[in-house]
Design a protein. Structure first.
Length: 277
């Protein structure tokens, strides 16, 4: 059992939790994730390790309530237990020997961008960040990012904060003036990562994306998380979740993620009807 020692709503649909998990904190690095199961009847879902508190031996997770399991997780309170909390899983993000990078986080993808910015900043890489949200009330982690980046650009789709438009509008403006970045990291919705990768390919700037396919066992056995990268098939849980953004087949990834949508919607409706929580 893994105890929730802190819970905070960041927005009406995004929650931060700190979970006591000494076995996970020992080896976790930026880019890795955990797979949790709320209770014995629950599904397994992957969530990124957003931060580690070595003193408390806790792992921070930040999640958006989108369906059954994230809804049930969000109904838990400080002091409650999560049944399974397995990790760290996946390969850490490769960040060595980078002098100047641009990190792009979209929506809840910003939670995944945070540990990456922190790790880069701690090794003295110059970190510039573009954060994009639908509107001002969706913004998360702005102050936390200020301590781990050299410069921040903010965008909102509706213009209620920062520059009006998508992160790619900002990226376009930046790259027209400055192409001196060693690397770009993009983390967010699949169409956003595709658009970023298309743009950086034109400038030949190496780009890493963090993929979020459906995962089941998280051990490379079930094949649920397979993605097409270049000419090969990779498993995001063991080969990723980071991949070369210029090589990923985003259309196939979108199609696979949509395949379970009707069943997921039905499970969520059932749980709301039963008032399970
Ligand atoms: C390696 C990895 C790390 C992740 N890290 C985070 C994180 O830090 N914070 C966070 O909020 N989410 C993260 N996700 C996505 C998260 O796992 C899903 O939102 C969660 O599994 C949804 O479970 P559910 O039962 O609540 O909803 P479901 O009923 O399973 O899904 C509801 C709807 O959510 C969307 N959805 C579900 N799974 C995914 C997915 N993998 N990618 C994109 N959309 C999805 C679909 O539109 C679906 O119809 C991560 C996914 C992966 C693979
Ligand atoms: S989740 Fe089963 S192979 Fe990756």
């Amino acid at each position: 059992m893994y105890k929730i020692i802190y819970k905070k709503s960041l927005t009406p649909t995004i929650t931060l939790m700190k979970v006591l998990a000494p076995d996970v904190t020992r080896h976790a690095k930026a880019g890795q994730f955990i797979i949790l199961r709320v209770d014995e009847k629950g599904e397994r879902i992957p969530l990124t390790i957003a931060d580690i508190d070595h003193a408390l031996k806790s792992v921070t997770i930040i999640f958006q309530v989108v369906g059954k399991t994230t809804y049930l997780l969000n109904m838990l309170s400080e002091g409650d237990d999560i049944l399974d909390f397995v990790g760290p899983l996946g390969k850490p993000t490769e960040i060595e020997n980078l002098k100047k990078v641009l990190v792009i986080g979209g929506g809840v993808g910003s939670a995944i961008a945070y540990p990456l910015c922190k790790a880069l900043f701690e090794q003295n890489t110059q970190v510039e960040l573009i954060l994009g949200f639908k509107s001002k009330d969706q913004i998360i982690l702005k102050e936390a990012f200020e301590t781990v980046t050299n410069h921040q650009y903010m965008t909102t789709d509706d213009g209620s904060y920062g520059e009006k438009g998508f992160v790619t509008d900002q990226l376009n403006k930046i790259l027209k003036k400055d192409q001196s970045y060693d690397h770009v990291f993009a983390i967010g919705p699949i169409p956003m990562m595709k658009a970023v990768s298309d743009m950086t390919k034109n400038y030949q700037i190496p780009t890493t994306v963090s993929l979020n396919p459906i995962m089941i066992d998280g051990t490379g056995m079930c094949g649920g998380c397979r993605v097409k990268v270049g000419d090969g098939i990779k498993f995001a849980c063991v080969d990723g979740p980071d991949f070369d953004g210029h090589q990923v087949d985003y259309d196939a990834l979108l199609k696979r993620n949509m395949a379970y949508r009707l069943k997921e919607q039905k499970d969520f409706e059932d749980v709301l009807k039963r008032g399970e929580a």
